[in-house]
Design a protein around this ligand. Structure first.
Ligand code: LMR
Ligand code: NA
Length: 392
């Protein structure tokens, strides 16, 4: 079998642009993959064409060889955009390989170690406790979710005295956990804090309530600083969405910097890299809770990873349709994310494997992809009282 072409499509996942990739073969089999959305997503299609020039005519089932070639032809480690493109190529190669054998991708990974994959729903903000409870109850009734991810911030960290920030979180979390004893909550601090002692104090306010985890409270660049942070915390510390490769995860693990790692299968270079990261983490007795805030194809790829991963813990999930919370609160239903016709939807808080469906087990809507649905997206930039800028 030979790779004959790459097609990329600019589509949309709610309010964010999304690049979806098809790899075609001379056997008539097409594989699909999803790039991470870092912001300058118009840069991805030409980058994908460049990378495809390096692997055209290869046998798509030689996944490790193809990824090695893509890395070796670059000299310097690829960064955010390079790895977002390589991730989608990796996904498509696995999809082709499994479809060629008429099996689900997880069958190529040693088979499934679990029958279904537990998911948590991202809420990404910190609404009033009663609002959180009502939202969780609705989602529990509809899909069986029992775990949710909130923001821990109830005050403006850039403008308010730190003591007020802590007290606002402490008061809120106390009420929230008291009125929602049936649910588990994780808290994503979104790499906003600069000072490690603040990250430690905030985590220790959450700790008495036994959250599922406390995510990425400080900046990711100084990996070794995470070891010192974790040593001050009794709450499980999770991080990894901003890290790129097994080498960075090895540093994090060696520094004792995480109780849970959160690599993103659209960021790190795909399923092959994700498996290597998970194996490293397993040897440190650390579970993997994949970062997955985006689209239904990425969720399908993650499902296969999770199905076959012994140290998988829980998968981040966003419903493809309906109104949803994001960092700005509740957003209306904008028609949803439509490029996957039959997305994996949770039942009883879990995604079911699809043993009779080859590849990723989903059907891509190629007609829908014909329309360019680009939407500009960039991070917000908070302005502090002195006019300087911070992380949002
Ligand atoms: C998440 O963990 O889902 C978020 O950090 C995603 C994001 O980039 O805002
Ligand atoms: Na996050």
């Amino acid at each position: 079998m030979r790779l004959t072409g790459l097609r990329s499509y600019m589509t949309r996942d709610r309010d964010r642009p999304r690049v979806i990739v098809a790899l075609d073969t001379d056997a008539g089999i097409t594989g699909w993959g999803e790039c991470y959305n870092h912001g300058p997503d118009r840069a991805l299609p030409p980058l994908l064409d460049y990378l495809f020039g390096q692997i055209a005519d290869e046998d798509p089932r030689r996944i490790e060889r193809i990824l090695l070639k893509l890395l070796q032809l670059q000299r310097f480690p690829p960064g955010a955009l390079g790895l977002a493109a390589i991730s989608a190529i990796d996904h498509a190669l696995w999809d082709i390989s499994a479809k060629a054998l008429d099996v689900p991708v997880y069958q190529l990974l040693g088979g499934s170690v679990r029958d279904r994959v537990r998911v948590y729903l991202g809420v990404y903000s910190a609404p009033e406790p009663e609002e959180v409870r009502d939202f969780c109850k609705v989602q529990h009734e509809a899909h069986g979710f029992t775990a949710f991810k909130l923001s821990p911030f109830r005050a403006d960290i850039h403008a308010e005295p730190w003591g007020r920030v802590l007290k606002a979180t402490g008061d809120w979390v106390e009420v929230l956990h008291a009125i929602c004893p049936e649910f588990e909550f994780a808290y994503d601090a979104h790499a906003k804090l600069f000072e490690p002692w603040q990250a430690a104090q905030l985590g220790n306010v959450l700790a008495p309530h036994h959250p599922l985890f406390y995510e990425e409270p400080m900046r990711p660049e100084n990996i070794e600083a995470w070891g010192a942070l974790k040593a001050q915390l009794s709450v499980p510390l999770a991080t990894g969405e901003s890290l790129y490769s097994r080498f960075e995860f090895l540093r994090l693990l060696q520094a004792g910097g995480a109780d849970i790692v959160q690599p993103d299968i659209c960021v790190v270079g795909g399923l092959l890299e994700m498996r290597k990261i998970a194996a490293l983490a397993e040897a440190f007795y650390v579970p993997v809770a994949p970062h997955n805030p985006m689209g239904p194809l990425a969720t399908a790829v993650n499902l296969h990873f999770a199905a076959a991963c012994p140290n998988f813990k829980i998968l981040e999930y966003r419903l493809p349709h309906g109104a949803a919370y994001n960092g700005d609160g509740m957003q209306p239903d904008d028609g949803g994310t439509r490029y996957v016709k039959d997305p994996y939807l949770p039942v009883d808080g879990h995604l079911q494997l699809r043993p009779d469906r080859p590849g990723w087990g989903v059907e891509i809507d190629e007609d829908y992809l014909q329309t360019d649905r680009y939407v500009h997206w960039e991070r917000k930039l908070p302005i502090r009282p002195d006019g300087s800028t911070g992380y949002c």
